[in-house]
Design a protein around this ligand. Structure first.
Ligand SMILES: Cc1ncc(COP(=O)(O)O)c(C=O)c1O
Length: 395
């Protein structure tokens, strides 16, 4: 492992402080390092492996596609993209989809859709967006802003729009920022990176109503909390609301880099048109074959019902830890997206967990984040409990 870590550090730009292990292969809810040590996976590659590591049927579907065709570009049609689009539109209840290569690119497309919708309405360039404190939507920074063809940029300018930040679950803080320039409100249905904060039902329903009344577009970012993780195909489905624009990624590809933004009829009819948006790789047959197989297995295994059924057990075992250890102050989350708030640094727990054979994550500054594969069983939850119990007992 030492040699691989040295080579990586010598050559990869150091933008991450990585843990000192080299992951080599996976099997279901387990991941192994290059020295054969086994780890119980309670991070899923940051919420990616819904169907678990090295899922055999998934791998076979990918291999079949590799031997057929990997890429065609969006200048031509391809069958996996058509099928993936049909399946994703069906399970999301949205109207049209655009496939991207990542979550951040899905956000870019979502914002461009909202800006174009507003521009089509009033022809103005001064639209504003409302986002929330502690949100996380990705790391890109305006590739279009430096693109030298005005036709590509015009409808979306200024490319870095004015963004006003409100507070999650504080409706008045959102309402006070709304003005005639507001074109979109963007939020995660359950904030992930920011510390595992689910939206309150009343809060999201009020935002939804406000958006409908004022023709502001509601963008729900479900890159992390979507795809069954919270016990419904998309978390918003538990709130009796519908976004105008939805973003999805991570578990959508189960390890293959793919994302998507989806729009409802209203946005589809009055926003992006041919020439407005594009990508070389997005929606290529390899990535969309992955989406097809993911959605096929979700249906076959009824992943959503499984998450829903097992959530109370996961929560009860985590609550046992909360009650047992003073350094855990509370638990919050939805489905298999859970956070333990700590009064010690999460890195202490994560590092001790690695020693004892479990992979977990942090969120915000003081939360231990748990994002297990969606296929875990009650036995895996018991294993998680036993390892974390051991970790906390020795901290
Ligand atoms: C809610 C949310 N939105 C967007 C992103 C960005 O996705 P990606 O890292 O695939 O660009 C993330 C990544 O963690 C996320 O959690």
């Amino acid at each position: 492992m030492k040699k691989i870590i040295e080579t990586a550090e010598e050559n990869i730009l150091h933008t991450y402080n990585r843990y000192n292990i080299v992951l080599d292969h996976g099997d279901g809810v387990y991941v192994y390092d290059t020295e054969g040590k086994r780890y119980l996976d309670f991070y899923s590659g940051i919420g990616v492996y819904g169907l678990g590591n090295s899922n055999k049927e998934f791998n076979e579907a990918l291999k079949t596609q590799v031997d057929k065709i990997l890429h065609v570009s969006n200048l031509f049609y391809n069958e996996p993209a058509a099928k993936a689009a049909e399946a994703l539109v069906k399970v999301s209840g949205m109207d049209k989809v655009f496939f991207t290569n990542s979550g951040a690119e899905a956000i870019e497309g979502a914002l461009k859709s909202a800006l174009k919708y507003a521009y089509n309405k009033d022809g103005k360039h001064d639209h504003e967006i409302i986002a929330l404190d502690h949100s996380f939507h990705g790391r890109t920074c305006g590739a279009l802003a430096v693109t030298g063809k005005a036709a590509y940029r015009e409808a979306f300018e200024p490319l870095i729009s004015k963004v006003n930040f409100a507070t999650m679950n504080d409706y008045d803080s959102v309402y006070s920022l709304v003005n005639e320039k507001t074109c979109a409100i963007i939020m995660e249905t359950v904030q992930g990176e920011g510390g595992i904060f689910p939206a309150d039902k009343e809060f999201l329903q009020k935002i939804y109503k406000l958006c409908n009344e004022k023709d502001i577009l509601l963008i729900l970012d479900e890159v992390q909390c979507g795809m069954g993780r919270c016990g419904s195909m998309y978390a918003f489905m538990q709130y009796d609301v519908c976004p105008d624009i939805l973003t999805s990624a991570k578990a959508l590809g189960n390890g293959v880099p793919v994302g998507a933004f989806l729009v409802n009829k209203k946005v589809a009819a009055a926003s992006l048109v041919a020439g407005d948006h594009g990508t070389t790789y997005g929606g290529n047959p390899f990535a969309t074959a992955a989406v097809c197989e993911v959605l096929r297995q979700y249906e076959k295994l009824d992943i959503v019902s499984h998450v829903k059924a097992l959530t109370p057990y996961l929560e009860s075992r985590l609550d046992e830890l909360v009650n047992k250890y003073d350094c855990i102050t509370s638990r919050r989350g939805m489905g298999f997206m859970q956070g333990l708030e700590l009064n010690i640094a999460p890195s202490e727990v994560i590092n001790a967990g690695i020693e004892k054979g479990i992979l977990t994550l942090s969120a915000g500054s003081n939360v231990l984040r748990l994002l297990p594969p969606l296929i875990i069983t009650d036995k895996d939850i018991d294993n998680m409990y036993n390892i974390l119990d051991d970790v906390f007992a020795h901290i």
